[in-house]
Write a protein that binds this ligand. Structure first.
Ligand code: SAT
Ligand code: MN
Length: 594
């Protein structure tokens, strides 16, 4: 028997059970040392699991291709397994814990024969922060170990922090045979347990991320009076050196990473404005003694979408990927052993392999070189805009919460909710066009409350109630806003330039929080006066700006119908306050006169 890294009997007993179930050839405890990681990388290079990239251009960087049947989160194979179906709610797949454990045991049975089992202790959040939580992931994939090393704080430290406690999230993952028909991601919120089988991709297998830090943690937050949200966190520094923090929830692949790492337009930079990145995907929020919501980023890296990322669209993300990064499912340039993806630059490689590993000529091929959901896993500390407070154990105080999605019509560029309750309604009625981050059809509108639809570990009706509750408990809660960078004209062209220019909208938001700017109260909340969005140095007509801020009665009436249908699913779990807000909106839209 190998030397365990802990004497914690809760951990040892559980590890033994998993060993008996999966029957591995070897067992390796991950201590987090560079020496151990080095030997794992070597091993994975020998088997072809990862490929070492050009170490002059990309020091410490590796390339990985997943099975073509396994390139995104599988929402229809993702289950919340709590004892009562009602507690999973109408937006989650449910399976009884008995059935899920039985099915899982069957699939995991001896699945690691001839394989090595890796036991990864990790901390979500800076080790020792009062916000942080410990997890242990058992896996048979070195790719998972190497990614977890970037995305979380792994190794001995986390076990020491856990001590003798039984309060840790138990994750078991096996690639098994990557059989799609036996692919399951089971969450047992009542047991702090996650079982994932037959996948080797991203959110299905890096169990610290969506499975723990959102699905399990959202349930823990519900029970323990805090919140786990699908949000980026950023700080805006003004020329006086004051920093205000914003968190923002957008669905997967809708630009959270871009907003988190935004570089203000030149005019602002010259005046001394800066944006600081705290996190790009997940926020854990708690109310502190001052009555405000404080947030940490529980992760330590970025698992960002590669295609579309370039030095113009997101300079800071590009810089983050220059060392110690793992690239998954992008194109491999065979001429200099580097990576490429759509919109990387204007110089696609002619002699390359695409994300499937087939020969690919970027000049002549009509196929994409990188999968639309191909990713980089990059250490947060690489990011030039990383906030000096990104690992502050006490977190950062949040002034504003932003909700948003991809909407061609309906939602204006930005609006502010009237108060917390209305803000919760705005979040609960968010909708967005689907993206490649999840398997299934791309580009269809679906309601995605708080961008948590695929990530809420309990009944979303209760989740809305928890949001309302937190607003009552915080005597100084953040102001809540909604943005939409994706509005188009009748020709389908984007009306707003987006990217760095989004800073102009953030400025209005911060000014609203500070009571420095007026607004118009319209049917859906407070909308900026056209002249209050600073468009200096931007080539945008007043007419365009006006159309970005107008409300179209017909599309709102349509949206209301869809909200009614969506709310209807929750039956009496839907908080009454949200129905009240819906009635107010209905009335207001009815009274609109266009
Ligand atoms: O695949 S992940 O869930 O980790 C990324 C995402 O969909 O946001
Ligand atoms: Mn995400």
């Amino acid at each position: 028997m190998v030397q365990a890294l802990t004497k914690n009997s809760n951990v040892l007993k559980w590890v033994d059970e998993v060993i008996i179930m999966t029957n591995p050839k070897n067992v390796v405890w991950i201590d987090g040392s560079e020496e151990q990681l080095k030997s794992l990388r070597k091993n994975a290079c020998e088997t072809g699991e990862i490929i070492e990239l050009n170490q002059e251009k990309y020091p410490g960087c590796y390339y990985h291709r997943s099975n073509p049947n396994d390139v995104a989160r599988m929402e229809d194979r993702t289950f919340i397994c709590c004892s009562k179906e009602e507690n999973a709610g109408p937006t989650n797949n449910w399976m009884s814990p008995e059935n899920a454990y039985e099915l899982g045991r069957d699939i995991f049975n001896s699945c690691m024969v001839n394989r090595t089992m890796y036991i990864i202790p990790y901390s979500m959040g800076p080790v020792g922060s009062p916000f942080s939580k410990i997890g242990i992931e058992i896996t048979d994939s070195i790719y998972v170990v190497l990614n977890m090393n970037i995305m979380t704080r792994i190794g001995q430290e986390s076990l020491d922090e856990l001590g003798d406690s039984s309060d840790f999230v138990r994750g078991v993952h096996s690639k098994c045979n990557l059989d799609e028909n036996k692919r399951y991601i089971f969450h047992f919120p009542e047991d702090n347990t996650i079982w994932s089988c037959n996948s080797a991709y991203g959110g299905n297998v890096l169990l610290g991320k969506k499975c723990f830090a959102l699905r399990i943690a959202s349930y823990q937050g519900f029970k323990e009076d805090w919140m786990a949200e699908h949000m980026l966190i950023l700080g805006i520094e003004n020329p006086k050196g004051e920093v205000k923090y914003i968190s923002a929830a957008f669905p997967s692949a809708c630009g959270k990473t871009n907003l988190a790492m935004l570089i203000p337009p030149e005019g602002y930079r010259k005046k001394g404005y800066k944006v600081w990145t705290v996190g790009d995907d997940i926020a854990w929020l708690r109310i502190k003694e001052d009555g405000r919501l404080w947030a940490i980023n529980p992760e330590a890296g970025f698992f960002g979408v590669a295609p579309g990322t370039n030095e113009k669209s997101n300079y800071n993300a590009m810089m983050s990927t220059k060392k110690d990064t793992i690239f998954t499912n992008v194109a491999l340039n065979l001429d200099d052993n580097t990576v490429w993806w759509e919109k990387f630059d204007d110089n696609p490689p002619e002699n390359a392999l695409d994300w499937r590993g087939n020969p690919w000529n970027g000049r002549t091929s009509t196929e994409k070189g990188a999968h639309p959901n191909s990713r980089f896993t990059a250490p947060a500390k690489n990011c030039p805009s990383i906030s000096p407070n990104w690992e502050a154990p006490e977190g950062v105080p949040i002034s504003a919460i932003i909700f948003g999605g991809r909407r061609r019509k309906t939602a204006p560029l930005v609006y502010q909710s009237r108060d917390w309750q209305h803000g919760v309604f705005v979040g609960a009625t968010m909708a967005s066009e689907t993206t490649a981050a999840s398997s299934g059809k791309v580009g269809v509108i679906r309601r995605d409350p708080m961008a948590m639809l695929p990530f809420c570990g309990y009944n979303m009706g209760d989740y809305f109630g928890h949001w309302l509750d937190m607003g009552k408990k915080a005597c100084n809660p953040p102001k809540i806003f909604h943005v939409n960078w994706f509005r188009t004209n009748d020709n389908g062209e984007f009306l707003w330039p987006g990217f760095g220019e989004n800073f102009r909208v953030l400025e209005w938001i911060i000014d609203r929080c500070e009571d420095l700017v007026d607004a118009e109260e319209l049917a859906i909340g407070y909308i900026p006066k056209v002249n209050d969005i600073n468009v200096e140095g931007l080539n945008i007509s007043n007419e365009k700006l006006e159309s970005l801020l107008t409300l179209d009665k017909e599309s709102w009436a349509e949206d209301i119908k869809s909200i009614e249908g969506f709310f209807g699913k929750f039956g009496d779990k839907l908080p009454k306050e949200l129905n009240d807000e819906l009635n107010i909106l209905k009335n207001n839209i009815n009274n609109l006169n266009n």
